[in-house]
Design a binder for this molecule. Structure first.
Ligand code: PMP
Length: 419
């Protein structure tokens, strides 16, 4: 029944009766479907091993805890949880998050306000709305989170890319760029970074660079957008606090989310920052969704209040850690000389660089025909100039499949290197 309905819906899309393009706004006409999504459609419903995904593993969702919380939320907080809420978010949740930021990361919360958003993705869009004029310079890491490029891109900034190495963003190169721009009379407005277990790079910015970035923000007067969805997914190495911790001037907007530590389906996340900034973001949000899913917010608040997060994070880490190790071991074992990859200490992704001249988008169909999929790296670069990289996910598929997927990928790469 469902399949039939889905087919019918598709047929509907295929029979044009109007000149649809004529009605769209210029902005909408400029929106392009992601070719990556199109490519990834090839992967659906087959026995291809997909290392392309970006999803948390559903086995890490805290079903047991939620089975206890959900009925209680309805019984005890139903009238509020099922009602509209304030745009800024459910106050008990905002307080719990503030306490979490203070306790976990040492962020001085006396200077921050917190707004709940419908996923961090909405936070990124709101930041675009509130800060970006067409032509404003926005610094992004190269590579960076694809959907942040999409969110910011809608507001027509000029992207400036700063490469990553094993210690995250090359803050020294950023400094050079800032100096050069200043000499031309230009200024950077925003610097967007995912400092911890970067998506897609897997790397983590060192403490020294975090502090240096803050100094530069002060010296060159820009705002830092710190996106931290993977912070808690550390499987080895030493914790490094968020940049926000040392933010004396209120220049950092910190984005956090429950997507990777509770469940992405809740769509509950937050922006923490200087109250003046948060106020404007709140006004921008009013016209978008009035409020974030209140039921989800109450669930998240109860999850924190009951101390479940502290107990749950070790479970997630224990589940993902062997998967990362399995992937890194398989890469060591199967990949030919000349292929490089990052060695993350956490997160969900490994980033691979192939020898110059190999185009991973062109290679994608061959890989799929050999039964393995990845995300070609090109779309993670604002200028799409880099062709020989790809992203691998290690959180979703079973361990044996990780090994087999890497073995297949190595075969494809070897053939490509020969050609
Ligand atoms: N930022 C980064 C770097 C991400 O990887 C993601 C999710 N893949 C998000 C933001 C958005 O997360 P959510 O909207 O689920 O909170």
């Amino acid at each position: 029944m469902e399949e039939k309905l889905a087919k019918k819906m598709e047929e509907k899309l295929e029979a044009p009766t109007l000149n649809y393009e004529a009605y769209f706004s210029e902005k909408a006409l400029g929106m392009k479907a992601s070719e990556i999504r199109e490519l990834l459609k090839l992967v659906e419903s087959s026995d291809i091993i997909s290392l392309a995904g970006g999803l948390p593993n559903p086995e890490t969702f805290p079903y047991d805890v939620l089975e206890e919380i959900l009925p209680r939320v309805i019984a005890e907080h139903g009238a509020q949880a099922l009602q509209y809420g304030t745009t800024k978010g459910y106050t008990p949740l905002r307080l719990e998050i503030a306490e979490l930021l203070r306790r976990r990361y040492g962020i001085p919360i006396s200077k921050v306000d917190i707004m709940i958003t419908s996923g961090s993705q909405q936070g990124l869009d709101l930041i675009g709305r509130v800060f970006i004029n067409p032509g404003d310079i926005v610094v992004v890491e190269a590579p960076t989170y694809l959907a942040a490029l999409q969110s910011f891109g809608y507001y027509d900034p000029k992207f400036v890319q700063i490469p990553l190495d094993d210690e995250g963003m090359r803050v020294d190169l950023l400094e050079e760029k800032l100096r050069a721009l200043k000499a031309e009379g230009k200024k950077v407005k925003l610097v967007y970074t995912i400092p911890t277990f970067q998506n897609p790079g897997g790397v983590t910015m060192s403490k020294e660079r975090r502090k240096r970035l803050l100094e530069l923000a002060s010296e060159y007067d820009f705002i830092i957008i710190e996106d931290g969805p993977y912070n808690e997914l550390r499987y080895r190495g030493e914790e490094i606090p968020p940049i926000k911790r040392w933010d004396a001037e209120g220049r950092v907007l910190y984005l956090g989310t429950f997507s990777k530590i509770l469940a992405p389906g809740l769509r509950v996340a937050w922006v923490a920052g200087e109250p003046h900034f948060i106020r404007k973001l709140e006004i921008a949000k009013q016209g978008i969704d009035l409020c974030t899913n209140v039921l989800g917010q109450v669930i998240a608040a109860e999850f924190l209040k009951g101390g479940h997060l502290e107990r749950h994070i070790p479970r997630i880490r224990a589940f993902y850690k062997p998967k990362l190790e399995t992937m890194l071991e398989a890469l060591d074992k199967y990949m030919p000389e000349g292929v490089r990859w990052t060695k993350p200490e956490g997160g969900m992704f490994v980033w691979m660089t192939l020898p110059e001249g190999i185009d991973t988008k062109a290679m994608f169909e061959k890989a799929v025909s050999k039964g393995v999929a990845y995300v070609p790296g090109e779309a993670f670069f604002a200028d799409r100039s880099v062709k020989n990289t790809l992203r691998l996910n290690f959180t979703y598929v079973e361990d044996e499949k990780i090994v087999e997927g890497i073995r297949r990928l190595a075969e494809v790469i070897k053939e490509e290197m020969k050609a």
